[in-house]
Design a protein around this ligand. Structure first.
Ligand code: UT7
Length: 331
């Protein structure tokens, strides 16, 4: 069996309209624009409208991808939605997206990889293309983090925002490279440092779990920070080395957007300057599984990346999870 590489043939993103600035947050939480910007690089974030949910953002990004590629939703074979904030525990956000966009011939599932969700999903989806069993796979990273924030915890509520990004994967043509390689890791020992304690089978929802604020993000920021720098650098360096590239060969490095100081530390280690790194955390904060596809979509829209450019995506998140994907842009 000859294996065909997968390539991205379209990308898009969707962000809710409502902007919430640091100043606005500072009116209700004991924080300031100075603290948030200096410690994280965030200026504002987007927040969904009442009644909207993750599958709505995901479906909007997906529809735009189909439009850009000029294909009908019925041509899609598989939908993978990377998210930690599905509309509900079940059915999956993927099934809801399938219904909303009318992808009648697709099956799909959600992938829980937190901030590495999109990288995990891209690697997973590319395997279905590579084996030749699927020809059109939608990969979506979408999160509504504002649905699981405790707005009395200033250490977490200022860090996140809502958004979605999507790509279409198809087989690469003869002579094209597409997705070259990926490195994926998990370290369950890190679970204790970033998690949502209730709402699952361990602590089902009860008046007590609500009262104790257990349905929101709990984080040991200092610990996560330390592991994030190390983890993101490791998966970046490993994939470059084993494919015989250096960071200087990259047109664009797309790191997960959790904290500008984490991104800067990775840039220093990889010896990359701003001209080669995607940064939009100032506008959208941390949108978890959506940060990387949103960066990719913005880079494509602005023609910052063009055909044949070498791109490296790298992520680190709850789990702990980390991962990198190396690819050539083929659009
Ligand atoms: O994408 C998922 C992965 N997540 C991450 O990568 C997050 C990694 N961690 C971080 O980005 C940083 O650790 C944070 C931004 C979360 C926190 O920054 P930090 O420099 O590690 O601050 P800290 O937690 O050590 O807190 C320093 C001080 C504390 O006050 P005291 O104890 O020194 O008096 C906090 O109470 O800053 C205080 N603080 C705040 N002050 C104003 C914490 N949050 C805020 C706030 N506004 N929002």
């Amino acid at each position: 069996m000859s294996l065909r590489r997968a390539k991205i043939t379209a990308v898009s993103h969707y962000l809710p309209e409502r902007r919430v600035t640091n100043q606005e947050l500072a009116q209700t939480v004991d924080t300031s624009d100075e603290w948030i910007f200096e410690r994280t690089g965030i200026r504002e974030r987007r927040v969904i409208a009442k009644g909207q949910a993750t599958s709505d953002l995901a479906a909007k990004a997906a529809r735009q991808v189909l439009e850009k590629r000029g294909i009908d939703a019925t041509e899609i074979d598989l939908i993978i939605v990377a998210t930690v904030t599905p509309d509900m525990l079940f059915p999956s956000a993927a099934c809801l997206v399938q219904m909303k966009i009318g992808a009648k011939n697709a099956w799909g599932f959600d992938l829980s990889g937190a901030c590495s969700g999109f990288v995990y999903a891209l690697a997973t989806g590319s395997q279905f293309i590579r084996t030749g069993t699927h020809r059109k796979v939608l990969i979506i990273g979408a999160d509504v983090m504002t649905s699981i924030l405790n707005y009395e915890d200033r250490a977490t509520c200022v860090l996140f925002g809502d958004g979605a990004g999507a790509v279409l994967l198809e087989p690469a043509e003869e002579g094209e490279s597409g997705i070259l390689d990926f490195v994926l890791r998990s370290d369950g020992e890190g679970g204790q440092f970033l998690y949502m304690p209730a709402g699952g089978s361990l602590n089902p929802a009860s008046a007590e779990t609500v009262q104790k604020n257990m349905h929101s993000v709990h984080q040991n920021g200092k610990n996560v920070f330390k592991f994030a720098v190390r983890g993101m650098c490791e998966v970046s360096q490993e994939i470059l080395e084993r494919n015989h590239f250096t960071a200087q060969d990259l047109k664009l490095y797309i790191p997960h957007q959790a904290n500008l100081r984490i991104i800067r530390a990775a840039m220093e280690k990889l010896q990359l300057d701003d001209s080669r790194v995607a940064i939009n955390i100032d506008k959208y904060a941390n949108t978890t599984a959506a940060t990387i596809p949103i960066c990719l979509s913005e880079a494509s829209e602005s023609k910052r990346i063009i055909k044949n450019d070498l791109i490296l995506m790298a992520s680190f998140g709850a789990g702990f999870t980390s991962g990198s994907v190396l690819l050539r842009w083929e659009i």
